[in-house]
Write a protein that binds this ligand. Structure first.
Ligand code: SF4
Ligand code: SF4
Length: 340
């Protein structure tokens, strides 16, 4: 980042030798090949794609749900060749092929609601979209669902070192037949030069997590500026990436007013971009903060819908709709299409 004229991220990572920047602690080159510390990799739910969980991150978010490996060295070294071979293995188990424009997380719930009912009881559940056959539903460590032809880099994010992601993507694309590459990112590392290099390498899509609109809130929450992150929806659309955006509703930190401003930026880039409002639940250094209420989430949904965005979903619904009455109210207001 510094070489490109941007400030260094909030990226000090705990290692057995003390604190080091994530790109020094969890990324290295052996000969000509990049290696990265990977915590784990498996078919994840509810995403229904192969998630590669990385150690080391350029943010230090107070609410990080993967802090045990994003802030601390944890996992084992894997070369880009080994990562590509893992993707080749995964491709053999794919049960549903998506087109590129659906190489996203939010498209998963259109296909399956992960109940396992069709496999376990031979009957579809009430909310089943009815689009898949039982033979396409497989069990993963996180439950039932299809295996889609997408692999995602997730967990700690050092897209600031785009060379690693570009090399891994090239190898995945060379060795797999029809796999799309998605990067789940906070956007901090997506400088213009890095975006171009990832496009050239063949990255297909981004799940962009915009954590706050107000710069001062963003800095307190994540440790960095969000200055260019707010410009990314347009930058990525202009370069023909498929994208979706998510924002976490954190009472007292990021509420409807900021979420609507983020939604407006996304709508101006393209009203078809899927937008998810995720409910925060207490974790890490925000373990004393409360989750949002049903009322707050539904209000945020209505306000975001009124910006003109076409696809808006609420996520982590179990956090704010716990009783059958609350679930009924939620479905009656936002409908099935509003549940992520
Ligand atoms: S960007 Fe994601 S992985 Fe990194 S610290 Fe923030 S929440 Fe954790
Ligand atoms: S496809 Fe099967 S597992 Fe998926 S929602 Fe329908 S019944 Fe449930």
């Amino acid at each position: 980042m510094v070489d490109q004229g941007f400030p260094q991220g909030k990226c000090l990572t705990q290692t057995s030798e003390g604190l080091k920047p994530a790109c020094k602690a969890t990324l290295k080159k052996s000969g000509d090949v990049w290696n990265r510390v990977i915590k784990s990799a498996h078919l994840s739910r509810p995403e229904d794609y192969f998630s590669i969980y990385q150690s080391g991150c350029n943010h230090a978010c107070l609410k990080c749900h993967s802090w045990e490996f994003s802030q601390v060295f944890s996992g084992h070294w894997m070369s880009t060749d080994e990562i590509a071979e893992m993707c080749v293995d995964y491709e053999r188990s794919v049960t549903f092929e998506e087109p590129r424009e659906r190489a996203l997380m939010s498209t998963a719930t259109d296909l399956c609601r992960h109940c396992g009912s069709c496999v376990l009881t031979d009957k579809r559940s009430k909310f089943c979209p009815g689009k898949l056959e039982p033979e396409q539903i497989v069990l993963s460590p996180q439950g039932w669902g299809p295996a889609r032809n997408i692999v995602a880099f997730t967990g700690g994010d050092i897209v600031c070192c785009s060379e690693f992601y570009a090399e891994a993507t090239r190898k995945i694309k060379e060795r797999c037949e029809n796999i799309f590459v998605l990067i789940e990112t906070n956007g901090y590392g997506l400088t213009p030069r890095n975006i171009d290099s990832l496009r050239e390498a063949g990255v297909d899509s981004f799940w962009l997590d915009i954590k706050a609109y107000e710069e001062e809130v963003y800095r307190r929450l994540c440790g960095t500026t969000n200055e260019w992150i707010l410009k990314l929806p347009q930058e990525l659309v202009d370069r023909d990436f498929v994208i979706e955006v998510l924002t976490l509703y954190i009472p007292g930190w990021v509420e409807s007013d900021q979420i609507v401003k983020i939604a407006e930026i996304v709508k101006d880039a393209d009203p078809e971009i899927p937008f998810t409002i995720l409910a925060f639940f207490p974790e890490y250094k925000l373990s004393d903060a409360r989750p949002p209420t049903l009322r707050e989430m539904v209000e945020a949904y209505s306000k975001v819908k009124s910006t003109g965005l076409k696809t808006v979903k609420l996520g982590n619904t179990g956090v704010f709709a716990k009783t059958s009455r609350e679930i009924e109210i939620l479905y009656s207001i936002v409908g099935e299409e509003g549940i992520g």
